[in-house]
Structure formats: structure tokens, C-alpha cells
Ligand binder design. Structure first.
Ligand code: NAI
Length: 246
């Protein structure tokens, strides 16, 4: 499906990003596994992809660093000739009620989640325009649509991603580049593992499908939006949430 395509997945050393990298690689893409700090985990993803006959390499870069992101994208374009698929998956939470939320916790979440998308999209656009096409998929969240108590910073960053996605989609729609967002609901990863068993059970029971999503459920949606089958879809938010929000 993605033979000859080059894909960059941010925050791909674990969780949803890892599943997306694995699946893009399994479908033929050369995958750059971006990671912030855990080189051993990123190398393990690359090794697994290689063992399965795919092609991948790891690249360390904090997405909140404008210059470092530019260097990463320049490097990939120089080595591989293009970036066909960009998946903005890197994300963090710093949850607290607004009354207790520090300025630093607001800023750091915005810097990684929203500004990180700005950095990668800005720098990838020129090579994509030159290449006359591309796919950008930004991972937002159900709470970017609905809001969530205790997550004003995170929800704002994820809602920001939705506005950003739609705006950039309009700017580049005529150039063969699609820009979409995927909004996961409650997915089993390290990010959600911090919740207590009782909270997890309560959320699961509230879901129409009565099960927590798997990272692969999100990866399936990303691969669809990255594929030729989705060539007439842009500026959309695809919710992958077991019916959590309709
Ligand atoms: P995770 O915490 O397992 O993975 C996030 C990844 O982003 C980690 O590998 C982390 O190292 C990386 N990262 C953090 N800051 C970075 C930076 N500055 N530069 C580069 N990489 C950085 O979380 P998970 O669950 O896999 O989340 C992936 C995405 O999905 C995030 O954007 C998250 O907000 C979103 N999401 C997750 C949901 C869930 O239920 N797990 C629900 C909705 C959205």
C-alpha cells in the first residue's frame, strides 16, 4: 500500500505512535521513528520493523524545538528524497484543575502538543509542495472536541490541533496535500495506565462498545487517511472512540 513512501511518525517509540509506525512499515513505508528521549525503546521499534522485513530508522528530536525539527526534516528529505506521510503523534499530559494549574504546565503541554504540530507541518510543507502531494495526520483527542475536567491545557492543545488542521487543509487542498486529524477516545497505553483500575473500569463501562481501544485501532484509521483511498478526504476529524462521543 505504501511502497516507495516515506513516513515520519513523531513520538513513535511507544504506545499509539509505535503502533502507527509498525503498521505503516508493514504496509511498505520507510518509517522514521522519531523519539524524544528513550533511544532504547525507539531502537526496539526499528529492530522489530526490520525483523519483519520493513525499513525504519530512529531519529531523536523534541518536537517543541523549532530548529531541531527543521534539522530532522531536512535530514530525512536529504536521505530519502521526500516525506510523503507525516503523523503528528507526540503528545503529553500535565493534568490538573485550572485553579491548581501552573503556567509551566499549561505552556509545556501547548508547546509539545500544538506547537509541535506547527513545527513539523511548517517545515514539511515545502518538500511536500515540491513533491506535489502528501498526507498529514495530526493526532488530537476526543477531549479536544468535548473538553474534560482537569485537562484544560490538554483539551485546549487538542482543540487547537483541530483548528490548525482545518486551516492548513484549506491552504494546501489544491496542491494534492491532505491534512486530517484522528481523535482517539480511551486507548490502552502508558498515558492511560497511570489511571487507577476503578477509574479505568468506570470509563470502560461508560463506553457504548464496553472496551478500551487498542493502539492498533488508531493506527488503522491513520493508515486509511494516509492511503490513496482517502485522497478526497481533507480537513476532517476522524473519531476512533468506541462510541464515546457521537
Ligand atoms: P504515550 O505517552 O505512550 O506516547 C506519547 C509519545 O510522545 C511518547 O513516546 C513520548 O516520548 C513522545 N513525546 C512526548 N514529548 C515529545 C516531544 N517533545 N518530542 C517528541 N516526542 C515526544 O501516549 P499515547 O497514549 O501513545 O499517545 C499518543 C498520542 O495520542 C498523543 O498525542 C496523545 O495525546 C493522543 N491520545 C491518546 C489517548 C489515549 O487514550 N491513550 C486518547 C486521545 C489522544
Amino acid at each position: 500500500m505504501f511502497k516507495e513512501k516515506v513516513a515520519l511518525v513523531t513520538g513513535a517509540s511507544r504506545g499509539i505512535g509505535r503502533a502507527i509506525a509498525m503498521q505503516l512499515a508493514a504496509k511498505g513505508a520507510k518509517v522514521i521513528v522519531n523519539y524524544a528521549g528513550n533511544q532504547a525503546a525507539a531502537d526496539a521499534v526499528v529492530k522489530e520493523i526490520n525483523e519483519q522485513g520493513g525499513e525504519a530508522f530512529a531519529y531523536q528530536c523534541n518536537v517543541n524545538d523549532f530548529t531541531a525539527v527543521k534539522e530532522m526534516i531536512d535530514y530525512i528529505v536529504k536521505e530519502y528524497g521526500a516525506i510523503d506521510i507525516l503523523v503528528n503523534n507526540a503528545g503529553i499530559t500535565k493534568d490538573n484543575l485550572l485553579l491548581k494549574m501552573s503556567e509551566q504546565d499549561f505552556d509545556s503541554v501547548m508547546d509539545v502538543n500544538l506547537k509541535g504540530c506547527f513545527h513539523t507541518c511548517k517545515h514539511v510543507l515545502r518538500p511536500m509542495l515540491k513533491n506535489r502531494g502528501g498526507r498529514i495526520i495530526n493526532i488530537t483527542s476526543v477531549v479536544g472536541v468535548t473538553g474534560n475536567s482537569g485537562q484544560a491545557n490538554y483539551s485546549a492543545s487538542k482543540a487547537g490541533i483541530i483548528g490548525f488542521t482545518k486551516s492548513v487543509a484549506k491552504e494546501v487542498a489544491a496542491k494534492g496535500i491532505t491534512v486530517n486529524a484522528v481523535a482517539p477516545g480511551f486507548i490502552q497505553t502508558d498515558m492511560t495506565d497511570v489511571l487507577s483500575e476503578s477509574v479505568k473500569n468506570d470509563i470502560t463501562n461508560s463506553l457504548p462498545m464496553k472496551r478500551i481501544g487498542a493502539p492498533e485501532d488508531v493506527a488503522n484509521a491513520v493508515c486509511f487517511l494516509a492511503s490513496d483511498d482517502a485522497s478526497y478526504i481533507t480537513g476532517q476529524v476522524l473519531e476512533v472512540n468506541g462510541g464515546m462521543n457521537m
